[in-house]
Design a protein around this ligand. Structure first.
Ligand SMILES: *[C@@H]1O[C@H](CO)[C@@H](O)[C@H](O)[C@H]1NC(C)=O
Ligand SMILES: *[C@@H]1O[C@H](CO)[C@@H](O)[C@H](O)[C@H]1NC(C)=O
Ligand SMILES: *[C@@H]1O[C@H](CO)[C@@H](O)[C@H](O)[C@H]1NC(C)=O
Ligand SMILES: *[C@@H]1O[C@H](CO)[C@@H](O)[C@H](O)[C@H]1NC(C)=O
Ligand SMILES: *[C@@H]1O[C@H](CO)[C@@H](O)[C@H](O)[C@H]1NC(C)=O
Ligand SMILES: *[C@@H]1O[C@H](CO)[C@@H](O)[C@H](O)[C@H]1NC(C)=O
Ligand SMILES: *[C@@H]1O[C@H](CO)[C@@H](O)[C@H](O)[C@H]1NC(C)=O
Ligand SMILES: *[C@@H]1O[C@H](CO)[C@@H](O)[C@H](O)[C@H]1NC(C)=O
Length: 284
């Protein structure tokens, strides 16, 4: 540890503190995270440290079986998901990467339409190869590292009972687990190299420009205890388009209205932060 690195490390710790010590409420029941839309996130959980070969996101796109898949709905159904896009962005690292904007690009680096993958499955598993600038292991030390805290930004274009909505749901994660320079053979790129970050980069807009609060005026939907009714019109050949989805399997009387879980800082990240600051102070 050189004397130059100590203060830099301390600054990095303080930046980490500033960006992670923030209370955000999520509506979680039985490990499922409810969103302002039909999608329900099964994985990852908020605040999870992630790494490995891929960023993996699993979302139920039927509000737990209450909305038929688009293939089973008439195009003019009063309720339907038009499309879902995803980005990985961070105001801390100043990146905004395309996970899926509906158009596959860069040899599989940007994924195609999420709603069209696994076409008979109600849960879509997004497997996105981490791009090259996220390679590393552990907390970012260099101040210009692209690793660190991010949001998986899930954007839903849908119609609910005749009204079109566009909502933005930001799920915080930290890119701090190991990401190796080469991906496994199962990755989409043939030579095992990671896609360049630059190919996936989008302009980073300010919170005012994004205006998620306005986009999300519909509010979190379909959490246990929520009584939102869904009107659908089926494609005429399919019985699942009757509008009567199965009952909510995860609901029970104890869940109460909204069942809002309050998530603040996780104890493990506090511990990591204290270790981090301690290391910085020792190296001063
Ligand atoms: C989180 O929920 C609590 C309790 O409902 C509320 O007091 C608080 O304002 C909420 N915080 C945010 C950031 O929405
Ligand atoms: C993640 O999203 C929340 C809410 O939209 C935002 O306040 C926060 O700054 C974002 N975090 C990062 C690291 O950009
Ligand atoms: C998503 O659906 C909306 C509404 O139909 C449409 O305006 C938009 O172009 C679509 N976006 C993508 C990426 O398919
Ligand atoms: C799903 O995709 C397969 C292969 O592309 C196709 O044969 C099948 O008809 C599709 N099913 C539905 C319900 O769209
Ligand atoms: C990683 O990829 C590079 C370039 O494709 C290659 O030279 C190297 O041998 C690979 N390393 C491993 C451990 O596979
Ligand atoms: C979608 O994302 C890819 C990769 O970032 C980009 O090349 C392409 O221009 C984007 N398309 C649209 C319509 O934004
Ligand atoms: C990230 O880029 C996408 C595509 O340009 C944009 O829709 C989204 O608002 C951007 N997110 C942020 C936080 O700037
Ligand atoms: C966000 O959008 C709402 C509704 O369109 C508008 O009233 C508000 O001024 C916008 N906020 C910002 C900061 O642009």
């Amino acid at each position: 540890m050189t004397q130059v690195q100590g203060p830099r490390l301390l600054l990095a710790c303080l930046a980490f503190l500033a960006t992670t010590v923030r209370a955000v409420n999520f509506t979680i029941s039985n490990g499922q995270i409810y969103t302002p839309g039909f999608a329900i996130v099964d994985a990852p959980q908020p605040g999870t440290p992630l790494g490995g070969d891929f960023l993996q996101v699993a979302i139920d796109v039927t509000a737990d079986g209450r909305l038929p898949l688009p293939a089973d709905l008439a195009a003019g159904s009063p309720s339907i998901i038009h499309n879902i896009t995803m980005f990985l962005y961070s105001y801390d690292t100043k990146h905004n990467f395309t996970i899926s904007n509906g158009t596959a690009a860069g040899n599989g680096a940007a994924l195609g339409p999420i709603m069209l993958q696994e076409n008979t499955s109600t849960v879509k598993h997004v497997n996105w190869v981490w791009p090259d600038c996220l390679v590393g292991d552990g907390q970012p030390i260099a101040l210009d590292s692209a690793r660190g805290v991010y949001n998986i930004s899930i954007r839903q274009n849908f119609r609910l009972n005749g009204v079109d909505h566009y909502t933005i749901f930001d799920l915080p994660i930290s890119v701090t687990n190991a990401i190796s320079a080469n991906t496994s053979s199962s990755s989409s790129s043939s030579d095992g190299s990671r896609p360049p970050c630059a190919e996936l980069e989008n302009p980073l807009l300010s919170p005012d420009q994004v205006n998620a609060t306005a986009a999300d005026s519909v509010g979190v939907l379909f959490a246990p205890g929520d009584a939102t009714q869904i009107q659908v019109e089926g494609s005429d050949t399919d019985a699942s388009g009757t509008g009567l989805g199965p009952s909510k399997p995860t609901a029970n009387a104890n869940d109460g209205l909204g069942s809002t879980g309050v998530r603040a800082v996780m104890p493990s990240s506090v511990a990591a932060l204290l270790v981090c600051i301690g290391a910085a102070l020792l190296s001063l």
